[in-house]
Design a protein around this ligand. Structure first.
Ligand SMILES: C=C(O[C@@H]1C=C(C(=O)O)C=C[C@H]1O)C(=O)O
Length: 408
C-alpha cells in the first residue's frame, strides 16, 4: 500500500476516535522496513487473559493490571514499505526544554533514599523513574510518529491509541521477547552513557555490574520457566547505540522445551482440551505465556530482587508508570515460511509452513499524549554505587529521545 494511503486511513481512524496501532520493528540491515498497522473496527476494550490470543498487545508495568489487546480478527491490517534514508536530524534539544529545579530536587531525593536502602543491603538494584511534561504546539500523534520513523531506524517505533485508554508513542531499543516456532530470543540491556561520536567506549564498574544483574536474572527466570540453561546461548556483553545514548547489551537465545513443562499437554491429558490440541503449536503458545510472565518485568526496568524492587517502586516513585516499562508488540501472529520445493516437501505440502511469531518490546523512551501536552517517562538503574546527580543527568539524556521530535 502507498505510504500516503496508509496515513490517510490512520488519520480517518483517529478522527473517528477508533483504536489503532502503527509500528515498525528495528531496521538492522538493508534500506527499508515494513510499517504495519492494526485498525480495530470498533472501540471495544479487549484484554489478553493469558497471552495465548492473536493480535497486538499493550501491557502495563504493573502485572496486577490487565494487558490491552487489539485482536487480529477484529482489526484491519495495513502495511507499507518505508525507505530508510539517512537519519533525519531534528532539533538539538540539549539547550532547550528547561526543567524546573524542583523536579530535579525531588528525583535526586528519591535516588538518595534508594542508595541508602541499597547500601543497607535491602536490594541489589532498583530502577527509578519520573515523568516530565512538555507543552505541544501540534499534538497530532501521527505527525510525531512520522518524525520518529525518520530519525530512529534501529528502534521499535510505535504510535498506539485507544479512546478509552489514551495515546502513546515511543522509540524503544529493548526487546522483551521474540518467539518464532520453538526458538526464543531476548536481551539484557542496561548501563547508559551519552554517545559522543564513538562506539569504542569504556564502561564503569557500576554499569557492568548492573547489566550483569539483568543477564543473570533473565537466565534464572528462564530456568524457572522450564528453559534449562543447557539450551540457552548468551553473547558477551557489547556496546549498542540507541538514539543519542549507548547501552551495554547481552543477547540471549534458546529453544523452548515442550512436553514436560507444557500446560497444553497437561490440559489435554486432563481432558480439558481436545487431544489433537496438545500438539506443538499449543505447547509453544503455553510456553510463551510462561516465559513472558517469568521475565517481565526484568531488572532492566524493575530491579533485583524483583519483588522488593517492585514494592520500592510502587511505594516510593510517587506516580503511576502506567504503560511505561510495560511491553508491547505482536502476539502469536501467523507468518508464512517459504521452504524449498523438494519433492518430499511438495508431497507433504511442507513448503508452505505456517509459523506463529511473537515479538514484544519493552516500552521505553516513550510518551503519552494528553490534549496539548506530552508526558515523557524516563528512568535508570540505581545501585549502591550510584551518584544521584549523575542518575538525574541520565534521565535528562534519555528524555532527549522524545524531545527531539517535540521541540522546535
Ligand atoms: C529505564 C530506562 O531504560 C532502561 C535502563 C537503563 C539503565 O539503567 O542504564 C538502560 C536501558 C534500559 O534498560 C528508560 O529508558 O527509561
Amino acid at each position: 500500500m502507498p505510504e500516503a494511503e496508509f496515513f490517510q486511513k490512520l488519520e480517518a481512524q483517529h478522527s473517528q476516535n477508533l483504536p489503532f496501532v502503527a509500528y515498525r520493528k528495528p531496521v538492522l540491515s538493508g534500506n527499508s522496513g515494513e510499517v504495519k498497522a492494526f485498525l480495530q473496527q470498533d472501540d471495544q476494550l479487549h484484554y489478553s487473559d493469558d497471552f495465548t490470543e492473536c493480535g497486538f498487545v499493550f501491557a502495563p508495568f504493573d502485572t496486577s493490571e490487565k494487558a490491552v489487546l487489539f485482536p487480529e480478527n477484529a482489526s484491519e491490517k495495513l502495511i507499507f514499505e518505508q525507505v530508510i534514508s539517512e537519519e533525519a536530524k531534528f532539533s538539538d534539544t540539549s539547550q532547550k526544554g528547561e526543567i524546573p529545579e524542583e523536579k530535579k530536587l525531588t528525583h535526586v531525593k528519591l535516588i538518595t533514599k534508594a542508595v541508602e536502602a541499597l547500601k543497607a543491603g535491602a536490594m541489589e538494584k532498583v530502577v527509578l523513574s519520573r515523568k516530565e511534561i512538555v507543552a505541544l504546539d501540534d499534538p497530532n500523534p501521527l505527525k510525531l510518529f512520522k518524525k520518529l520513523l525518520k530519525i530512529y531506524s534501529t528502534a521499535f517505533v510505535y504510535c498506539w491509541f485507544h479512546p478509552k485508554v489514551g495515546c502513546w508513542l515511543g522509540a524503544t531499543p529493548e526487546t522483551l521477547l521474540k518467539i518464532e516456532g520453538n526458538r526464543f530470543k531476548t536481551m539484557a540491556l542496561a548501563g547508559t552513557q551519552k554517545f559522543s561520536g564513538t562506539m569504542d567506549v569504556e564502561w564503569g564498574e557500576k554499569e557492568q555490574q548492573e547489566q550483569q544483574f539483568v543477564t543473570d536474572s533473565i537466565l534464572d527466570d528462564l530456568e524457572k520457566a522450564g528453559v534449562s540453561s543447557s539450551g540457552v546461548e548468551s553473547s558477551a556483553a557489547y556496546t549498542t547505540k540507541a538514539g543519542n545514548l549507548l547501552h551495554l547489551r547481552t543477547d540471549i537465545s534458546g529453544k523452548i522445551p515442550n512436553s514436560k513443562f507444557s500446560p497444553a499437554a497437561a490440559l489435554a491429558k486432563e481432558g480439558q482440551i481436545p487431544k489433537e490440541d496438545s500438539g506443538k503449536a499449543v505447547i509453544n503458545r503455553g510456553s510463551a505465556e510462561r516465559i513472558i510472565s517469568a521475565v517481565h518485568p526484568t531488572p532492566a526496568v524493575c530491579g533485583l530482587p524483583k519483588e522488593k524492587a517492585r514494592e520500592f517502586i510502587l511505594s516510593e516513585e510517587n506516580y503511576d508508570r502506567e504503560f511505561y516499562t510495560g511491553f508491547l508488540g505482536e502476539l502469536n501472529l501467523q507468518t508464512n515460511v517459504q521452504r524449498s520445493r523438494t519433492r518430499r516437501n511438495v508431497e507433504n505440502l511442507a513448503y508452505r509452513a505456517v509459523k506463529k511469531e511473537t515479538h514484544l518490546y519493552v516500552n521505553l523512551r516513550c510518551m503519552k499524549i494528553e490534549e496539548n501536552k506530552a508526558v515523557l517517562f524516563v528512568g535508570g538503574g540505581i545501585t549502591k554505587d550510584s551518584v544521584p546527580e549523575d542518575e538525574w543527568q541520565e534521565t535528562v539524556n534519555k528524555a532527549e529521545t522524545m524531545k527531539k521530535v517535540l521541540l522546535k
